[in-house]
Design a protein around this ligand. Structure first.
Ligand code: SF4
Ligand code: SF4
Length: 430
């Protein structure tokens, strides 16, 4: 029986002429060599589901599960077919038909959808990791019982020793000398819990650039639920954030909402689209999306960055997929900022905008494919001779850091805000 939910995609899928040019841009295909990993293969599956030649079942879903949603294929495709959208639509149809695995249901519908539960769970996870309980859970097979593939997470996630950044009104923020901008700070889950030192660096850099900061009381942006096809949960999360952020924007008269997580900022910019069919939210969501800026995008537009001190070394930059020219198109800004730091040498990274294989939690669930993709990325990093690899996404930081540890490379992985923060600190010491 034809899959009715996919019918709106038929015109898109019909544009695929099976030329195979997408082979050149698909990091997964370059690792597996499998036709199903390729844009062409995924479009063929979509076509067969619509025509009723294939039935949507776990076996078929498995063939679509290993897509990074990175649009590397789109960049090499003449009709610029967005294979990620085909895959997302099929994942959504699958969730409608079969439901979510229990752990994803709890994660998307209970934890990530509520900032309070998210804080408590994040703190518990940090505590468990620090006290060796997470290792014990792995050794006892508990993680494996939840999902066998999650065991790899223990090796990829770095040691987390810092106190997490707590979002919302209780958060302490630095003050600018002169107020030039009123900015709402969006804290991403990954940075708050995994890299709170990045959050602190970002806040200092924004304050240095004249930002009066309002820490927003947001929950997860909803991208993880969206990527796994749970679009109802993703929309419920988006509505919650729209309500809270709209209230803050109005109360504090915010000029912009800024996040240094490329995935969060890009997903927030898409809220207007995600909620376009909801009459109660469409307009508010679109208005919020228009206020959102990624970190480097905001800083370059603000143009108030004049007192960077001297650093040394060679840096290179990895474009997170969601900031690349295939999504938010924030690629010139991070490079401009890095090149503006006195004393730093910037080397362009070959295939800088190729996915690193992190893709949210992809590396935990498809570790073999992700490792192949990561090996290619780290090989390119070595070619630059850089001692610092910079990016603007917590998942990329985690995965690139894992790649450097695994290969024993003398490369520090840092967020752009940390490099700028160092440069401001160097100037302050002069
Ligand atoms: S490049 Fe585009 S048109 Fe060609 S096979 Fe791939 S998805 Fe189809
Ligand atoms: S979105 Fe990325 S992983 Fe998926 S088919 Fe396209 S290039 Fe391959």
């Amino acid at each position: 029986m034809a899959l009715q939910e996919l019918l709106p995609l038929y015109d898109t899928i019909a544009q695929c002429n099976r030329c195979g040019f997408c082979q050149a841009g698909c990091p997964v295909f370059r690792t597996t060599g499998s036709e199903h990993s390729l844009g062409r293969g995924r479009q063929a599956i979509g076509r067969s589901l619509i025509l009723g030649d294939l039935e949507l079942n776990p076996e078929v879903m498995k063939a679509l599960d290993d897509c990074l949603l990175c649009r590397g294929c789109t960049a090499h495709c003449f009709p610029a077919i967005r294979t990620d959208e085909t895959v997302l639509a099929i994942r959504h149809a699958y969730v409608q038909k079969f439901g979510l695995p229990a752990w994803q249901k709890v994660l998307f519908q209970k934890i990530l959808s509520d900032s309070g539960t998210l804080e408590r769970t994040g703190r518990m996870a940090l505590w468990a990791k620090r006290h060796g309980l997470a290792d014990a859970a792995e050794k006892s097979g508990l993680l494996g019982m939840i999902d066998g593939r999650l065991e790899t997470a223990m090796h990829v996630v770095p040691a987390m020793m810092e106190v997490p950044y707590l979002r919302g009104e209780g958060a302490k923020v630095p003050k600018p000398d002169t107020v030039l901008h009123r900015v709402g700070y969006w804290a991403s889950c990954g940075l708050s819990f995994q890299f709170p030192e990045v959050v602190q660096a970002t806040l200092r850099v924004l304050a240095k650039n004249g930002c009066e900061l309002t820490p927003l009381n947001n929950t997860c942006c909803g991208r993880p639920a969206y990527s796994y096809g749970d679009h109802d949960s993703a929309r419920a999360i988006a509505r919650k954030n729209v309500d809270r952020l709209t209230a803050s924007i109005e109360e504090k008269q915010l000029d912009a909402v800024v996040s240094e997580c490329g995935s969060c900022s890009t997903h927030l910019k898409d809220y207007g689209n995600i909620l376009k069919d909801d009459p109660a939210y469409a307009e508010k969501a679109a208005a919020l999306s228009r206020k959102v800026r990624s970190f480097s995008e905001f800083l370059v537009a603000a143009d108030s960055n004049g007192h960077l001190g001297k650093l040394s070394g060679t840096v290179t930059y990895h474009d997170p997929c969601h900031l690349s020219n295939r999504f938010a198109k924030v690629t010139a800004q991070p490079r401009k900022l890095l090149k503006s730091v006195p004393g730093l040498t910037f080397k362009e990274l070959p295939e800088a905008d190729w996915c690193c294989g992190a893709a949210g939690s992809y590396t935990f669930l498809h570790h073999e494919e992700a490792s192949g993709v990561l090996d290619r990325k780290m090989g390119n990093v070595v070619k630059t001779g850089a001692d610092t690899l910079v990016t603007e996404c917590p998942a990329c930081m985690m995965h690139l850091g894992y790649g450097a540890r695994k290969k024993g490379l003398p490369v520090k992985v840092r967020h752009l805000s940390q490099v700028l923060d160092d440069a401001y600190a160097a100037e302050a010491k002069r």
